[in-house]
Ligand binder design. Structure first.
Ligand code: TRP
Ligand code: SF4
Length: 547
């Protein structure tokens, strides 16, 4: 390998990015400024806009502002995590625990993601393809869909363009390892079940809500709004096509507004709500926590020497709370009022099933199904011998038996956006910024060779100070793609770079060669699949040619 710094690269580290010195190697691929404390004006405004520009300057804000959780915290609970998980490229999630649990327990789960066929699939899309395929290999029911209705309405593509690009997305997904026999491929425009589900889900959302989530206004066309409910239906489709199950949607963080809405809509269709309670009255979660603390203290004290227990009554709990004054003040006052009103009623932990949208038949059927002691009220049932999970399962069954969906809230995982090869964001509309999966291997080679790096002005400086791998799009190529499964290789590139042993000329040469090999192999596999495409259960020639 040549060991001199390519002087063309010396320039460039995009100004909004910051070194994250001292971070461990795991987070070293985070070249997005996640270690930043400040940033260029406007550049790190956190806006999650599915149809806007998809660059995120500060991923940490997503945790604080939107409640996206850090993936790293549950990495240990994921069996054989994918390298994108190990390297922190998949950085966040919403409610992924049930999916990880299903993988551990060999239970059913699903994975689904969708692609707008607006251009060539590129190496940024490969991340999502890989995520789908990996979950499929871990035993998940896998779905890959073409968001052609969205591309037509939100991006104005013609059906001819859509047909061409759809084929390309499907071929790359297959070439990377998606198993179409075990999984499902579909186009939104062709999937009647999805469209029907979209219609039903549309009943649960109204115009003002879509307006405030997506910034729609009076000029927004109706089909664009329809593409939103279609995406909601995509996300929940695996649970309708089969049975309710944990489902993960791998996407970029720009899609998070869709995830939040999908989770809301899924909950709104549910027949029953399940909560915990201590007495006949309703209490919110904070109030319940206060009762729990008091009850635990009092119940412990209530154990008598003869093995019996004194009954703890609502008024005792009220007294305890008045005496001990646990925070928060407001909740304590309101719950003390409720407890006083309940007076001598014994406090007993219970699981409560609330009737939200249930039919009368479903409500009756649920009562029948509950074993052990129960109390039936006008709009809820209290059960005394069921765990919350068991109650949840019964409620779901009663719902399914009576025409409901029984949805579990869908989960998501979020990956970092790749930096463009020219610095800034990777964009389909700037060919030099990305490598298309359809690029000639030589073009891919050339694009890597002329990419921006995190190198120093001169070879001497690079040897002395080391390169800035954290700010280097070429390092990202290694970590996100070229090193594949080989963590040690990725780590070596990193260590050699920051240690000043690796210089950009040789480093890019190696990356360029690996890239052209990857493209060549990928395109061979695409060709093999091309021949088999007609046998697959997906129609790649749209009937909708009028527009
Ligand atoms: N809106 C997504 C995009 O812009 C495409 C999409 C449609 C999608 N339906 C989906 C993504 C369901 C994930 C899940 O790329
Ligand atoms: Fe240069 Fe390679 Fe280091 Fe990037 S990773 S700065 S290309 S040596």
């Amino acid at each position: 390998m040549t060991r001199d710094t390519d002087s063309r690269d010396a320039s460039a580290s995009p100004s909004e990015r910051h070194a994250s010195d001292g971070e461990d190697w795991h987070s070293s691929v985070r070249t997005d400024g996640s270690g930043a404390t400040d940033s260029a004006a406007g550049a790190d405004e956190v806006a999650l806009d599915p149809w806007g520009s998809s660059s995120v300057a500060d991923y940490r804000k997503l945790f604080e502002e939107f409640g996206i959780a850090e993936f790293e915290e549950l990495l240990d609970s994921v069996p054989n995590p994918h390298y994108l998980m190990r390297r922190g490229v998949i950085f966040g999630h919403r409610d992924y625990e049930p999916v990880a649990e299903a993988m551990r327990e060999d239970d059913a789960f699903a994975v689904l993601s969708g692609f707008m066929p607006t251009g060539d699939p590129h190496i940024g899309h490969k991340l999502v393809f890989d995520e789908i395929i990996w979950h499929q290999q871990q035993g998940g029911d896998a779905y890959g869909l073409i968001a052609d209705l969205e591309a037509h309405s939100a991006r104005g593509l013609s059906w001819d363009e859509i047909d061409e690009h759809s084929r390309d997305y499907i071929l790359s997904l297959l070439a990377l390892g998606f198993d179409p026999e075990a999984g499902t491929l579909y186009r939104q425009s062709d999937n009647r079940e999805v469209q029907d589900l979209a219609f039903e889900l549309g009943i649960e959302a109204n115009y003002s809500e879509l307006g405030s989530i997506y910034g729609f206004d009076g000029e927004t066309d109706v089909s664009h709004m329809q593409s939103v409910v279609t995406q909601m239906a995509d996300i929940l489709y695996p649970q309708v096509a089969d049975q309710p199950k944990p489902t993960v949607i791998p996407v970029g963080p720009d899609q998070d507004p869709h995830m939040r809405l999908a989770r809301d809509l899924a909950a709104r269709t549910r027949f029953f709500g399940v909560t915990e309670a201590y007495a006949s009255f309703e209490a919110n979660e904070t109030e319940r926590r206060l009762i729990a603390a008091a009850y635990e203290a009092l119940d412990g004290a209530a154990a008598r020497t003869d093995g019996e227990r004194d009954t703890v009554r609502c008024e005792d709990v009220a007294d305890w709370l008045r005496e001990h004054e646990p925070a928060p003040e407001e909740a304590r006052q309101s719950v003390v009022e409720k407890l006083d009103a309940a007076g001598k009623e014994p406090v007993r932990p219970r699981v409560r099933l609330l009737d939200r949208n249930a039919t009368e038949d479903a409500f009756e059927a649920l009562i029948e199904r509950i074993e052990g002691e129960k109390r039936v009220y006008e709009n809820h049932i209290d059960t005394f011998e069921l765990s919350r999970e068991a109650a949840d399962e019964l409620a779901r069954q009663a719902e399914l038996d009576h025409g409901g969906y029984g949805f579990r809230p869908p989960s998501s995982i979020y990956h970092r956006f790749m930096t463009g090869l020219t610095g800034g964001k990777m964009s389909s509309s700037i060919p030099a910024s990305h490598i298309s999966l359809l690029d000639d291997p030589e073009d891919g080679y050339d694009k890597v060779k002329s990419a921006t790096t995190g190198g120093r002005e001169t070879a001497e400086k690079q040897r002395e100070l080391g390169g800035k791998a954290d700010e280097c799009p070429v390092y990202e190529l290694y970590a996100y793609l070229l090193a594949d499964e080989d963590d040690e290789f990725a780590k070596d590139v990193y260590d050699e770079c920051v240690g000043g042993e690796r210089l950009c000329g040789g480093c890019k040469e190696q990356a360029a060669e690996l890239m052209s090999e990857f493209l060549e192999e990928h395109q061979e596999k695409r060709d093999e699949w091309e021949a088999k495409l007609d046998d697959l259960d997906i129609d790649l020639d749209s009937d909708r040619k009028r527009q």
